[in-house]
Design a protein around this ligand. Structure first.
Ligand code: GAR
Length: 221
């Protein structure tokens, strides 16, 4: 089996990147994580990747005059490592249309909400302010408009009454780690493919049951 040579772009902690690296240790996983790039040299995720023997590059965006110049340097690293698929994992830079076009249908992102709701930053506080009972996370194919694009997979996560942004973020993050590993598996294997602006999943294992939030107190309700 040839595995898809994959790069992960991060800006910080890198816990989603680490989840992808763990998943890709399975011999039958269809993607191989061969490069981790951070636009912030101090990103904790760079150390985690290096500990796993993965090539890392810190490409400090503040050292470039323009977005295009920064991206040209990123592209050079991706080319040098013969990358076929890019995963954004907490990568907090806006990318140009040109870069996104170069990676059309070959770049995916994780966002900590049930898209298209709550795009952008400060997601969990806005979820709480909106008073919803279910939030979640989404992995999607990247399109030029921020946090849009065909959704590969989503997880629904309950909001509870005494949540604050921190407790909610932690609950969603646990789901993110599992979701991203699964979504990358589906996408890299070709089982999830773009059709129009939707994702079609081959051999989809039916539908999961509904998530009720708050949960019913009795199992027969
Ligand atoms: C994750 O929660 C990810 O979904 C979010 O940043 C966090 C990165 O954590 N991404 C965005 O908000 C992108 N719009 P990590 O560095 O530990 O993976």
């Amino acid at each position: 089996m040839t595995r898809v040579r994959t790069a992960v772009l991060i800006s910080g902690r890198g816990s989603n990147m680490a989840a992808l690296v763990e998943a890709a240790k399975a011999p039958d996983y269809p993607a191989e994580i061969v490069l981790v790039i951070s636009n912030r040299p101090e990103a904790g995720g760079l150390g985690i990747a290096a500990e796993h023997g993965i090539a890392t590059e810190a490409i400090d965006h503040t050292e470039f005059d323009s977005r295009a110049a920064f991206e040209a340097r990123v592209q050079e690293a991706l080319d040098r490592h013969d990358i076929a698929l890019v995963c954004l994992a907490g990568f907090m830079r806006i990318l140009t249309e040109e870069f996104i076009a170069r990676w059309n249908n070959a770049m995916i992102n994780i966002h900590p909400s049930l898209l298209p709701a709550f795009k952008g930053l400060d997601t969990h506080q806005r979820v709480l302010d909106a008073g919803v009972r279910i939030t979640g996370c989404s992995v999607h194919v990247v399109r030029p408009e921020m946090d849009t694009g065909p959704v590969i997979a989503q997880a629904a996560v309950p909001v509870v009454s005494d949540d604050d942004a921190r407790t909610l973020a932690a609950r969603v993050l646990e789901a993110e780690h599992r979701l991203y590993a699964y979504a990358l598996e589906l996408f890299a294997s070709g089982r999830a493919r773009v059709s129009g602006e939707r994702i079609v999943i081959e051999d989809e294992p039916g539908a999961a049951s509904a998530l009720f939030s708050p949960p019913f107190p009795r199992p027969d309700q």
